[in-house]
Design a protein around this ligand. Structure first.
Ligand code: SAH
Ligand code: SF4
Length: 342
């Protein structure tokens, strides 16, 4: 898993005929055969040499709202999280790009893990194929969407993220549409520029999370390096495709960044960008020193922002199983969840 056609061809070398590469590629990505030993088109000699590299299921946690969080095992024994979120007319798979995350956002549980390692393209695609198989999803169906918003900062692992994206959108492979894959970043400016140059790329979401520079640096210390002004400049010039909007995510923290004045500043900051805003009321967790604002506060914030651009409130999913945004830290079900207002 994770090999493109050229990678498979070079792995086959001169020991096997070249057409076998196409058969392996087809079995892995188009037929999504997670167990290659069952691929009837492949001869035993190939099966003896190649395995799919599919992830194993270490645990599964089911939420009352239909969300399912998976802990998936990799070759080195480490585990990674992926979340399935069904909705009427739309299924969303939230997948990870790293084990843990090196970015130190003050409101995020994943940050407490630090970075263990980058995922490979195969491990990224492997999450998608595992969830698709478990929930009988057809990646070519408009119903299925992927967000790279699980553990990790995807743009710190951009090569693997782009390779995984190519495999997922290749019509001869998994066959998804680029329009249905979104990558979310804390705002690494040079990597956003690199992403912009990529011929095949997911849609881009940026975690804004603050209405001015000082506040942003406090909540997301990494932004000391990547200033808000420069980030917005890159966004203004980002080469959006005809059908595309940038998304800005904004985690609302009670009494910290959730005032009407903050909302007004957000609207002004983003005025020149073709974008929409997703508001996320904080999902609390142990060790997170912030509180969730009341729903009325979140709605007032939305009312102000939406004068300037589309603005939505993201419903928390899977709070009871630690599957919501910012909660992915390999928690077990039933871990204490005090003070959730959702
Ligand atoms: N690392 C990437 C993608 C993963 S985080 C990024 O930061 O964009 C996905 C989203 O969850 C981000 O927008 C982040 O700001 C948000 N988030 C993090 N912790 C959260 C929390 N405790 N409650 C609600 N949203 C949170
Ligand atoms: Fe990493 Fe995103 Fe969490 Fe920040 S919010 S620590 S970038 S996963």
């Amino acid at each position: 898993m994770g090999m493109e056609m050229a990678d498979i061809e070079s792995a086959l070398g001169s020991r096997h005929p070249k057409f076998r590469a196409k058969q392996i590629y087809d079995a892995l990505y188009a037929k999504r055969q997670l167990d290659l030993t069952k691929a009837t088109a492949l001869p035993a000699a190939i099966k003896a040499e190649f395995e799919s590299g599919a992830l194993t299921e270490a645990s599964r946690y089911d939420s009352v709202d239909g969300t399912v969080r998976y802990l998936l095992g990799m070759k080195d024994g480490k585990t990674i999280e992926a979340v399935f979120m069904p909705e009427r007319g739309r299924d969303t798979l939230c997948i990870s790009s790293q084990v843990g995350c090196p970015v130190d956002c003050k409101f995020c549980l994943t940050a407490l893990m630090g970075l263990e390692r980058n995922l490979t393209a195969g491990e990224i695609v492997g999450q998608v194929l595992h969830l698709a198989a478990r929930h009988q999803l057809d990646p070519q169906d408009k119903q299925m969407n992927i967000v790279m918003m699980g553990q990790g900062e995807p743009l710190m692992n951009l090569d693997a993220v782009l390779k995984a994206t190519r495999l997922l959108v290749d019509p001869a492979g998994v066959g998804m549409s680029e329009r249905r894959i979104t990558v979310s970043t804390s705002g690494l400016i040079p990597k956003i520029e690199e992403l912009a140059q990529s011929p095949v790329r997911p849609k881009l979401a940026i975690s804004l999370n603050a209405s001015h520079e000082e506040q942003r640096v406090e909540l997301m210390p990494i932004t000391k390096k990547w200033h808000l002004k420069d980030l917005l400049e890159v966004c203004v010039h980002y080469p959006l495709r005809s059908w595309e909007f940038l998304t800005f995510e904004y985690v609302l923290l009670r009494g910290v960044n959730d005032t009407d004045a903050d909302a007004l500043r957000v609207r002004k900051l983003l005025a020149n960008i073709r974008c929409k805003v997703n508001l996320i009321a904080l999902n609390p967790g142990p060790g997170i020193p912030f509180e969730t604002p009341d729903p009325e506060r979140v709605e007032s914030f939305q009312d102000i922002v939406k004068v300037g651009m589309p603005c939505f409130i993201r419903k928390p999913r899977g709070l009871d199983i630690y599957a919501a945004c910012g909660q992915l830290k390999r928690m077990s079900e039933g871990a204490e969840l005090i003070g959730i207002t959702g």
